[in-house]
Design a binder for this molecule. Structure first.
Ligand code: ADP
Ligand code: ZN
Length: 429
């Protein structure tokens, strides 16, 4: 039923374990140039930590701190102890590098294996990793986890959909790891090739690495005829395998024996009220080479209240709503791209891709949404298209309180990049 007995540890014992590990993290971190500086300045020693609540005594670490210490300022061990590095995708600026000792790699693989097991992947499965390899953690991170679980692992990488299909068929692939935007693209590819997804052996997709709405998950499940599970992680915390959905599909369990999670109000730095949305802050509890303390992820979500029916005791977080940096301010109104996605994807006429553009009109900021329309709805009749366009604009206005320009485009006409989808294009400068 569970991969590791720690998954069902009673809360009290789990918190004792966390406290012990947090103390150790402080001890390990003190060996790094950066943390010896800031922790000593704050008068923190391992003895400052006797309970989980003592985490509040520790300073935050930000992405800018990582950038300033690039490349080696955060390492707690001599360089020769490291065997791997990864870098973030650089979605929001200069990338940051993360380093792993042999032990860290093993620990990460075990967390990943546990994650996949939680959503029903077993040793007898064949897993095709359809995400990019290289510096991106979704490649080797998933790969090592899959091998650790004992799955035959196909390192397909991203793109080349024709070849993906052949591999899936030839090796009877039952599980795919694929980022949501590529999953939709891949589903459309199958459609255009006249391949019935039910004829493929796939039964599970692990989807993550980029924000996506419940509507997108449903589309992926329906178009690919499988179950899709949300996977959350970030390179600063290893990569994937930080929080994962179980088969209940009701929030992602954060592996609290390895990560201490807080959800804070980004302005005040204080915990938000239970169940409220805030910024995820993470502290490594088991990492040896480069533990991070109270890392400000900028990712926004909330704790899912209550216990999970699966019996795991580790708390769950809701799907990530986006990053604090994603927020758009148009005409004084705060807008998150995921609000737009949610509205668009609830309309059957809307295809699998969209693009939000920001531009100047006179002195005003304007927002334009390019929306792919499904083949069967892209009719010649101008009036029908105009009516649809208007309907989409009204729906969006109801959701975001600003009326965007809506441009309808043909299916598959918005360029698709390999890797994480770029949903917003800022044309203002
Ligand atoms: P970058 O921050 O440059 O994209 P990473 O490759 O480390 O670098 O990506 C981690 C980020 O990706 C997370 O902080 C989060 O914003 C996003 N992310 C990862 N998994 C998910 C998920 N399941 N849902 C939404 N966003 C996710
Ligand atoms: Zn569960």
């Amino acid at each position: 039923m569970y991969f590791d007995p720690v998954e069902t540890l009673p809360r009290q014992e789990l918190e004792q374990l966390q406290a012990k590990r947090l103390k150790n993290t402080v001890a390990v971190a003190l060996n790094s140039p950066y943390y010896s500086r800031v922790l000593n300045a704050a008068g923190i020693s391992p003895d400052s930590i006797t309970s989980v609540a003592d985490v509040k005594k520790l300073p935050f670490t930000t992405k800018d701190d990582l950038r300033a210490e690039y490349p080696y300022g955060m390492l707690s061990r001599p360089l020769e102890d490291f065997i791997r590095l990864h870098a973030s995708s650089g979605t929001t600026g200069t990338p940051t590098a993360v380093f792993y000792t042999d032990e860290d790699i093993r620990e990460w693989a075990a967390l990943m294996a546990r994650s996949m097991y939680a959503c029903g992947v077993r040793k007898s499965d064949v897993l095709q990793n359809m995400s990019g390899y290289g510096l991106f953690t979704g490649g080797l991170g998933i790969h090592y986890g899959s091998e650790r679980l004992g799955c035959l692992t196909v390192p397909a990488g991203a793109g080349n959909s024709k070849r993906q299909v052949k591999l899936i068929r030839d090796f009877n692939v039952t599980v795919a790891h694929i980022i949501p935007s590529y999953a939709l693209y891949f589903a459309e590819f199958l459609q255009s090739e006249g391949i019935d997804p039910a004829s493929l052996p796939l039964r599970i997709a692990l989807i993550g690495a980029e924000p996506h709405t419940e509507e997108i998950r449903k589309r992926i499940e329906q178009m690919l005829q499988l179950k899709a599970y949300n996977s959350y992680g970030l390179s600063e915390m290893n990569g994937p395998g930080v929080a994962f959905e179980c088969t209940e599909q009701s929030g992602m369990h954060v592996w609290e024996d390895a990560f201490l999670i807080e959800i804070i109000n980004p302005e005040t730095g204080e915990d938000v009220a239970e169940g409220e949305v805030g910024e995820v802050v993470m502290t490594n509890l088991t990492r040896q080479g480069m533990p991070l303390i109270r890392y400000r992820t900028r990712d926004l979500t909330r704790f899912v209240p209550g216990d999970c029916a699966c019996g795991r005791t580790h708390r769950r977080i809701d799907r990530i709503q986006g990053r604090a940096d994603d927020m758009l301010i148009i005409k004084g109104v705060n807008i998150y791209p995921m609000q737009i996605e949610q509205t668009l994807m609830s309309l059957p006429e809307v295809g699998q891709n969209y693009l939000i553009e920001l531009f100047h009109e006179g002195t005003m900021d304007q927002i334009r949404v390019k929306v792919e329309i499904r083949e069967e709805f892209f009719v010649e009749d101008m009036r029908e298209l105009q009516a649809l366009q208007k309907r989409i604009a009204t729906r969006l206005r109801d959701e975001i309180l600003v009326t965007p320009r809506v441009e309808l485009v043909q299916s598959e006409s918005i360029p698709k990049t390999e890797g994480k989808a770029m949903r917003v294009k800022d044309l203002r400068n």
